[in-house]
Write a protein that binds this ligand. Structure first.
Ligand SMILES: Cc1ncc(COP(=O)(O)O)c(C=O)c1O
Length: 441
């Protein structure tokens, strides 16, 4: 097609939108044209309160001057440098800053461009780490039912959300899944649920079935976000850690959502005081502004690769944009913004208010469960018989019309506002949702 082909303004047909009901959207588009702090502005000039930090990523809110300026400056100074066999100072600075804020023992950082790439990177590092130590038989990867680890082949193979898997063939062989931790007896839990630590013992069953010497890694979200906010039962993560250690299995925490303050600490590993071997991140690393992810590892894993002739590449893996200068500058400015504004502490101190507001929805029409932790929460709705997801989607549309952005997954409404949210805005978010739910069939 000729480059001078005139495109029709507002033609929506070319863009095949991700994870979107394309036909529905294009009949009644919902367009954001600008954003500032807690609000988006729509094409028709309305303000919409951001109840989801974009897609769980704009933890410092929108249009933060330090981040905007860092990107502007970096673009004019060094726009791109080759990522392989060359470096630039900002990537090293950001890696050090990440190491300094990460849980103890996470000392090395591998840059990616998204959560999905961080997951693939972590899984590959885990398998290659065992091979580098002479345990090449450890190739099996264990995920968990209802887990979300992005959309690439490794991630959907260890992931446990059926719609993300069933269309895409056989996926990776040599994977297995732990049971999810969502137990009916934990309904209406505030924070970590009481029941379910024993579900970690299922890992022992998988070890007994395949042999520990075939298992490379276990990957879990310490708090499962995308599937609808499932919290780890008390003692569960600790037990998973113990079993992995006993069997020499690498434990990966996928912290793409839980990293950078969402639970009121820098990472979930710190919040739960459980030390994984690898942490995956993305999203809040650059406040969602520029695509970037990072994988953090212990020296034990990193150092296993640092052998052989020194002129040799140690890990045959990386991306054209790993540690991109503009993304690195955005990441540094983001971490500074978090620190200067004390946003992780702010999330922790707002959490009790958030919890009360969220649980005030108990008794509201259609609501069958509520879950929360830090500044994240979920409200589960009774599905319409024969039409799962429809009720929650309608709630999403109605909230949007009333000036509030929420997110749905199945019949679960998930909320994760920027950590700068004010109490009055929490009231607005929850109040609007209540009004909408009461009005739904
Ligand atoms: C835990 C987790 N891992 C991976 C991803 C994938 O991230 P991305 O969409 O940046 O590829 C997500 C996205 O929501 C996530 O929540």
């Amino acid at each position: 097609m000729a480059l001078d082909r005139k495109s029709v303004p507002n033609d929506l047909s070319a863009f095949w939108m991700p994870f979107t009901a394309n036909r529905q959207f294009k009949q009644a588009p919902r367009m954001f044209v600008s954003a500032d702090r807690m609000h988006y502005k729509t094409a028709d000039g309305r303000e919409v309160l951001d109840g989801t930090a974009g897609l769980w990523c704009c933890n410092a809110g929108h249009n933060r001057p330090k981040i905007v300026e860092a990107i502007r400056q970096q673009a004019g100074e060094l726009d791109y440098a080759p990522a392989f066999q060359m470096g630039h100072p900002k990537a090293f600075e950001l890696a050090s800053a990440l190491r300094d804020m990460a849980p103890e023992g996470m000392e090395h950082v591998f840059f990616t461009n998204s959560g999905s790439e961080s997951v693939e990177t972590a899984l590959k590092i885990a398998i290659a780490y065992h091979r580098a130590r002479g345990e090449g038989s450890r190739t099996r990867l264990i995920g968990r039912e209802r887990g979300y680890h992005g959309v690439n082949f490794g991630g959907i193979s260890v992931g446990g959300i059926v719609n993300n898997r069933r269309m895409f063939g056989t996926l990776l062989t040599g994977t297995d899944h732990l049971p999810h931790t969502h137990l009916p007896e934990n309904a209406w839990s505030r924070g970590q649920p009481e029941h379910g630590a024993h579900l970690a013992d299922e890992l022992e069953r998988i070890v007994a079935l395949h042999g520990a010497e075939t298992i490379a890694a276990v990957i879990v979200e310490p708090m499962a976000g995308s599937t609808g906010v499932l919290l780890p039962p008390k003692g569960y993560l600790e037990r998973l850690r113990e079993i992995c250690t006993r069997h020499g299995i690498v434990l990966i925490f996928d912290e793409v959502i839980t990293g950078f303050g969402r639970l009121g600490a820098s990472f979930a590993a710190e919040h739960f005081d459980v030390q994984p071997d690898i942490i995956t991140t993305a999203k809040g690393l650059t406040n969602g502004v520029i695509p970037m992810g990072a994988v953090l590892t212990t020296p034990q894993i990193h150092d296993a690769f640092m052998q052989g002739p020194e002129h040799m590449i140690e890990l045959f893996h990386g991306y054209t944009y790993s540690g991109n200068p503009i993304a690195s500058a955005a990441g540094l400015a983001t971490l500074e913004t978090y620190r200067e504004d004390g946003l992780f502490e702010r999330a922790a101190s707002l959490a009790p208010y958030w919890e009360e507001a969220l649980h005030s929805l108990k008794g509201t029409r259609h609501v069958i469960d509520i879950r929360n932790m830090g500044l994240i929460g979920a409200v589960e709705l009774e599905p319409i018989a024969g039409a799962p997801t429809k009720r929650a989607f309608q709630a999403f549309l109605d909230c949007y019309e009333k000036g509030v952005l929420i997110r749905t997954t199945g019949d679960i409404i998930a909320m994760s506002p920027p950590l700068i949210i004010e109490k009055a805005q929490i009231d607005q978010l929850i109040g609007t949702l209540k009004e909408v739910l009461e009005g739904l069939d």
